[in-house]
Design a protein around this ligand. Structure first.
Ligand code: SF4
Ligand code: SF4
Length: 443
């Protein structure tokens, strides 16, 4: 089925999308790296514990880190080779994490336990969720929350709708776009798996209207599926935020402090659905992902399928290298991504893009006094007063910042983007959130 109306939400912004650099470039496999650096924590939750030691030989898809708690996922080797070292190293999120360094032997030998899981109709909900957990699948849109946890709501929370987020509203990124253009069947099959896992009778794939080819390819498949719909969304940032998406597509409002499951919905990224499809159809855990390598600081912008653990610098070299001195390297997109101080960090499960900007574009303008225009208030999709919270944060008044609902900020950056005075609002709100949460933990 095909929902024709263009859907949207209140607030939001229209930044320059800059997707023309890569939106028509087909997916290609990146060269297989000689060495991979696989962090034992690439997700929200507890880190894994290593189950290999230096000198061990591992194969592609073999588990190398075990999850010891429910909110955690295992990690697997993306190459066949020898474990050289296990040591703390920086990751693109800014934290140092225990990392397994594996030197590839070039054999590409696949672990013998990797086998298709059979027909979906023969799998129970419990078996599907266990397969997803064992495959180490996390949200692929950036936050990297363990997917099996998301798909395990308490029994009293009945889920009737699964939404796949194909909006990819973050500027520059085209990884999800190319996935939907080139592998639409995989995305739709992944959605069917998720629906079966939580016994939901409806699936909806939301795509922004700046991706007509993806809309067309997904539409041709869901047209034959009576329980799956396509929802075309207005191109607006942050359309892909979970609560905004649910509101735009279903009209259901997720109250502040509540979760999508409280209104009967679970949202997953289209990349997550594709990873789930691979886990069922091939038995392959999450060992590679699509990365958009883009920006005017890259010679040859591309959409690459990259093995987890490959260093950014190797990927950048394969894309022709830097076009001049890089001004800024970002993991992810310009709105919610993480600025990097080195290109010697590995691609992890949440790495949707590598964005390199030239120095002139990375320049941040000098902050001016607030002119009380209220544009930051108008664009906030959560309905917050960003200037109030940021001002309290600047004065270290954390209780007041909390009273103005700082913790509900989704850090979309719309307020900072729109501010004519170039005030670093989201940075100050992020600081306030960190201080409020630290205070709560120490109580
Ligand atoms: S206050 Fe938070 S949620 Fe609102 S626009 Fe700013 S960053 Fe986005
Ligand atoms: S957008 Fe900037 S200048 Fe306008 S009210 Fe907000 S902080 Fe002040």
């Amino acid at each position: 089925m095909y929902k024709k109306k263009r859907l949207s939400f209140k607030g939001g912004i229209h930044p320059p999308y800059s997707k023309e650099l890569t939106k028509s470039i087909s997916l290609e496999y990146a060269l297989s790296p000689k060495v991979v650096y696989i962090p034992l924590q690439q997700h929200i939750g507890a880190p894994c514990e290593p189950i290999v030691k230096v000198g061990d030989r591992v194969k592609i898809g073999q588990k190398i880190g075990e999850a010891k708690t429910f909110v955690s996922v295992p990690v697997h080797s993306s190459v066949a080779g020898i474990v050289k070292k296990i040591t703390p190293l920086p990751t693109p999120t800014g934290s140092k994490v225990m990392t397994v360094i594996i030197e590839s032997d070039g054999s590409n030998e696949i672990y013998e336990g990797i086998k298709p899981k059979g027909e979906l109709s023969n799998l129970t909900s419990k078996e599907i969720i266990e397969i997803i957990k064992e495959a180490g699948i996390t949200g692929m849109g950036g936050a990297a929350f363990p997917t099996h946890v998301k798909l395990s709501p308490p029994p009293e929370k009945k889920i009737d709708t699964i939404i796949l987020n194909g909006s990819e509203c973050e500027p520059y990124l085209t990884a999800d776009h190319r996935l939907m253009v080139e592998y639409p069947e995989k995305v739709v099959f992944g959605l069917e798996v998720i629906m079966k896992a939580v016994n939901a009778n409806k699936g909806i794939i939301g795509i922004e209207d700046n991706k007509p080819d993806a809309i067309e390819n997904i539409r041709s498949i869901v047209a034959k599926k009576p329980n799956i719909e396509l929802a075309v969304l207005e191109t607006k940032y942050p359309q892909g935020g979970e609560k905004r998406l649910i509101d735009a597509i279903t009209g259901r409002k997720v109250p502040a402090g509540a979760l999508p499951m409280d209104v009967g919905v679970i949202v997953n990224n289209v990349g997550t659905a594709a990873a789930i499809a691979d886990a069922i159809q091939k038995g392959m855990p999450l060992i590679e992902r699509i990365v958009t390598v883009t920006g005017n600081g890259i010679v040859q912008p591309s959409n690459l399928i990259v093995k987890i653990g490959t260093l950014f610098k190797e990927i950048i070299e394969q894309c022709g290298g830097y076009s001049g001195e890089p001004g800024k390297i970002i993991s992810g997109g310009p709105m919610m991504g993480f600025a990097q101080y080195t290109d010697e960090v590995p691609v992890i499960k949440g790495t949707s893009g590598i964005l390199v900007l030239k120095q002139k574009d990375a320049y941040s303008e000098v902050e001016q006094p607030c002119i009380k225009c209220a544009r930051c208030v108008d664009v906030c999709p959560v309905g917050l007063l960003p200037i109030k919270i940021a001002n309290y944060s600047q004065k270290s008044k954390w209780d007041e910042a909390e009273a103005y609902s700082a913790l509900y900020c989704i850090e979309c950056g719309s307020c900072s983007f729109i501010c004519p005075a170039k005030r670093p609002l989201v940075q100050r709100i992020r600081l306030a959130k960190g201080e409020i949460l630290a205070k709560k933990r120490n109580k």
